[in-house]
Design a protein around this ligand. Structure first.
Ligand SMILES: NC(=O)c1ccc[n+]([C@@H]2O[C@H](COP(=O)([O-])OP(=O)(O)OC[C@H]3O[C@@H](n4cnc5c(N)ncnc54)[C@H](O)[C@@H]3O)[C@@H](O)[C@H]2O)c1
Ligand SMILES: [Fe+2]
Length: 462
């Protein structure tokens, strides 16, 4: 067990390395007091404006008129280009006389190179606003393109999270961005995060700053009706893990140190009573609608409910944070060998939702000791009868609940099915360690051996 002082010193070092801004959003000169850091005692909730409704995309052209937009960059991917979500956005823009250009070359599971290509397109176009229509890949690419378009002299790593990049706060004014999600998953439409695969490290990392948060999120469940089964399945497990991880993250008032200036309070603050509301709602929605939404593409009630849950979980994680499933998922996705996912194109890739759920049973077996009652509550919200169950069994009960969902949804049985073996575990651990922003949200201290064991236990799951 690591000593409390060591954990405290580590957190203090990491805090000094990480983005120094209010919820990643400082634009000024921050005064830092020398007071001894103690545990935090406060949390705050930040969010994009969210508009939800069947068919509400028809309003996007008017929104752009209201923003006084004259030249709009619409970003999407090649697959979505011919489908209803993009067509309905372009119809609304045309109807309202908005001039636009479309960039449809967004890479699914983007990389630093694909971010740079999208930025080059933005730089050529001299745009005054951005609209992203797609899943997390599109929204994250659009956030990054907007950032580097507005700060053309920046080095790419300036804004990337430390320790991979320099974690520089965003002080330039970004152009207004509207995000229109088409999956029920990432919640990127409400967060200031932009995630990419850093090819050199073979691991995912990101840019996190509240300035990246879209001005408006238009949540139109009609867009989910074209989602193929596997996209609905894997992105649903992203929502599943967002809800579980934010619900079980270190409590906000256990996180150290308290910021010496409120402007330095991080985006990921730990679980708190408000993000718990989102998480509970999401877990209940998942219990009622997840399987229905995956297996019945025309079940509009189920698909609409999961779409709302995706956004709600985004609000939860955007303020509470995620922890181990996501930390371990980044190298699982980044080191992909030959795994090709159905409905995600021909290139080898591990879809984000699949990469996060792979370790979920092992993760929650590990974290249950931090708060057995909350882990039991989560299992109950997901449909397991926990009456009379012992606290000591909380981890096993939640893990079994998760496995039941994975089984129902035909999820690949462990990392072995994704092409990993025992010999790959050290590389996966190495890729997880730089994810300090997420690891420090874990409710218990963890060693490299703990991470290895969780990955080992995830080679074959059920
Ligand atoms: N920024 C954040 O806060 C955040 C949070 C979690 C994950 N992410 C990132 O988001 C990315 C994953 O995004 P995702 O899971 O939303 O999927 P995605 O954007 O990668 O899309 C997956 C596939 O589904 C297709 N698709 C999407 N919507 C469709 C629809 N309605 N109809 C038909 N096809 C559709 C796409 O064309 C693509 O082929 C990863 O890179 C992940 O790291 C970001
Ligand atoms: Fe996620």
């Amino acid at each position: 067990m690591v000593s409390r002082q060591r954990v405290f010193n580590l957190l203090r070092t990491m805090n000094s390395l990480s983005c120094q801004c209010p919820a990643h959003g400082c634009r000024g000169n921050i005064q830092v007091s020398n007071a001894t850091p103690v545990k935090d005692y406060a949390f705050e909730i930040k969010n994009s404006t969210v508009r939800y409704g069947l068919g509400v995309t028809r309003e996007v052209g008017l929104d752009l008129v209201n923003f006084n937009a004259k030249n709009v960059c619409v970003m999407t991917d090649t697959n979505l280009m011919t489908l209803r979500p993009v067509q309905s956005v372009l119809d609304s823009l045309t109807k309202n006389g908005i001039k636009y250009e479309v960039y449809n070359k967004v890479r699914v599971e983007p990389t630093d190179s694909s971010f740079k290509e999208a930025t080059e397109f933005a730089k050529r176009g001299k745009f005054d606003s951005f609209v992203a229509v797609g899943g997390g890949s599109v929204m994250d690419t659009c956030k990054a393109a907007n950032l580097y378009y507005c700060d053309p002299d920046a080095d790419f790593l300036d804004y990337v999270n430390a320790p991979v990049g320099r974690g520089k706060p965003v002080t330039v004014q970004l152009k207004p961005m509207i995000a229109i999600p088409t999956t029920s998953g990432t919640g990127s439409e409400t967060t200031g995060a932009s995630i990419f695969d850093y090819e050199e490290l073979k691991a995912k990392t990101g840019i996190s700053h509240s300035a990246l948060r879209p001005l408006l999120a238009i949540i139109d469940p009609l867009h989910t009706m074209t989602m193929p089964e596997k996209v609905s399945n894997y992105s649903g497990f992203d929502v599943f893990c967002h809800a579980l991880e934010s619900f079980t993250a270190i409590p906000y008032n256990e996180r150290s140190p308290a910021p010496p200036n409120p402007a330095l309070r991080p985006a990921y603050q730990g679980s708190n009573p408000i993000s718990d509301v989102w998480a509970r709602f999401c877990l209940q929605t998942i219990q009622k609608y997840f399987a229905r939404s995956v297996y019945n593409a025309d079940d509009i009630e189920a698909r609409s409910s999961m779409h709302l849950a995706g956004t709600m979980a985004g609000v939860g994680i955007g303020n509470a944070g995620v922890h181990l499933c996501h930390s371990l998922a980044y190298p699982i996705a980044g080191n992909v060998k030959t795994f090709v996912a159905q409905d995600y194109g021909d290139e080898p890739l591990v879809p984000h939702g699949l990469s996060v759920v792979m370790t979920a049973p092992a993760v929650f077996r590990f974290t249950a000791a931090s708060d057995p009652d909350k882990h039991l509550e989560a299992a109950g919200l997901l449909g397991t009868d926990t009456t009379g169950k012992k606290q000591a069994d909380a981890g096993a009960i939640l893990a079994d609940t998760i496995i039941k969902y994975m089984d129902t949804m035909n999820i690949e049985n462990g990392l072995q099915k994704l092409g990993y073996a025992h010999e790959d575990i050290p590389d996966l651990v190495k890729g997880a360690l730089p994810q300090q922003r997420l690891l420090k949200m874990t409710p218990l201290p963890q060693t490299e051996e703990d991470l290895s064991k969780m990955l080992e236990d995830s080679l074959v799951i059920y």
